[in-house]
Design a protein around this ligand. Structure first.
Ligand code: ATP
Length: 355
């Protein structure tokens, strides 16, 4: 089921903290820290040889401190563009973006360098891009500590801690070529954590790995998130990643379209169950994207009819009146020809009962 995520927490049924809405008010009234990542109406236009490509088309995204989030989307949907902006490697064309209190559009060169050195850690898809091939795993981490100007005397202990945290404690003396792809990525996570970043960003970190290695790497992200409290954002085209994170945001055509939130619920017998619920993202001006399969199934095109009831909104296809055959078929099925009051209920709903 897909519903707009504007008011309840799916795991408790209580008023939620609405992760995608961008609101930072706490329903309990307690003061709440600002989101670690916040994007509003983010636009990135690339111009090359006279052709403009809108990679991001007004993207909204809010990630609270300490969240572990995956951003998934098809090839070309804008995932890497978003990540290079959040890591300070690229600057958006318009909109607002901030990470750990740094305004990514207003940052000067010096702040940007400091931001990349101390605030964010980055993991690339290509295992070979993350590690220096002629240094051992431990030396790669040491190099990152030197760049971060970590005190020399603390480095040995920190390297050991990071290798243990990433479950590669016994592999510190190996060169990257002597490690499996999954082990290399786990060392890469350790390198990215060396500067003690508030935010860890990963671009397709499992893209070159088989299933078993992917699982291990994703478990490492979870361990880092839970044990260090680091905010983690992973972008991937692999929708299977959503099973490893509590929150998955789907990007379509440069904008966030849906979110899957996973939670643990306890039944009457005291047994715990993982529950995943899908929500449509409603932006600040009321726009949402209907899932493509809903649109196809109901053959919705160009315009739809909206209806407001006490507690939900309906979206119904508009049928052409001109075709008598279609009219007959619709009447036979008990559906109003123009998608009026008898029209079937469709995807978009803000009904409390639907959540
Ligand atoms: N430097 C660039 N110059 C021109 N167009 C670009 C540039 N970078 C990205 N694009 C375009 O922007 C769009 C989004 O690209 P992006 O790499 O962000 O998508 P993606 O979702 O990460 O795709 P993939 O999963 O294939 O890596 C694409 O149409 C791409 O061709």
């Amino acid at each position: 089921m897909t519903s707009a995520n504007s008011s309840t927490n799916p795991s408790t049924g209580a008023p939620s903290r609405t992760p995608s809405s961008g609101l930072s008010s706490d329903p309990t009234g307690a003061a709440k820290s600002p989101p670690t990542i916040e994007c509003r109406e983010l636009v990135r236009i690339f111009s090359s040889t006279g052709v403009e490509v809108q990679a991001l088309q007004g993207l909204d995204l809010t990630v609270e401190r300490g969240e572990l989030t995956a951003v998934v989307g098809a090839s070309g949907s804008g995932k890497s563009t978003l990540l290079t902006i959040l890591s300070g490697l690229d600057v958006p064309t318009a909109g607002r973006a901030s990470v750990a209190g740094h305004d990514l559009l207003a940052m000067g060169r010096r702040e940007r360098t400091g931001f990349r050195r101390h605030t964010v850690g980055f993991i690339w898809q290509q295992t070979s891009r993350n590690l220096l091939p002629y240094l051992t795993a431990a030396e790669n981490i040491a190099m990152a500590l030197i760049v971060a100007r970590s005190p020399k005397r603390a480095r040995g202990a920190r390297i050991g801690e990071l290798l243990d945290l990433l479950n590669v404690g016994d592999l510190g003396d190996r060169l990257p070529a002597e490690l499996s792809g999954g082990q290399q990525q786990r060392v890469a996570v350790a390198v990215a954590l060396a500067n003690g970043p508030e935010v860890l960003l990963a671009d397709e970190p499992t893209g070159e790995l088989d299933e078993a290695n992917s699982e291990m790497v994703l478990d490492s992200f979870r361990a880092v998130n839970e044990q260090l409290g680091t905010t983690v954002l992973i972008v991937t085209h692999d929708s299977g990643v959503s099973e490893h994170v509590r929150r998955t945001v789907q990007i379509r055509d440069g904008r966030t379209s849906t979110e899957v939130l996973r939670s643990t619920r306890t039944d009457h017998a005291g047994l715990e169950h993982e529950v995943a619920e899908e929500f449509a993202v409603l932006d600040r001006v009321g726009r949402l994207q209907l899932p493509q399969d809903y649109i196809s199934q109901l053959d919705m095109r160009d315009r739809v009819r909206l209806g407001l009831t006490d507690d939900h909104v309906t979206v119904a296809p508009v049928r052409e009146r001109s075709s008598p055959a279609a009219q007959d078929a619709l009447e036979a099925s008990g559906t109003d020809a123009d998608g009026g009051p008898d029209a079937p209920r469709t995807a978009a709903s803000t009904s409390e009962g639907d959540r």
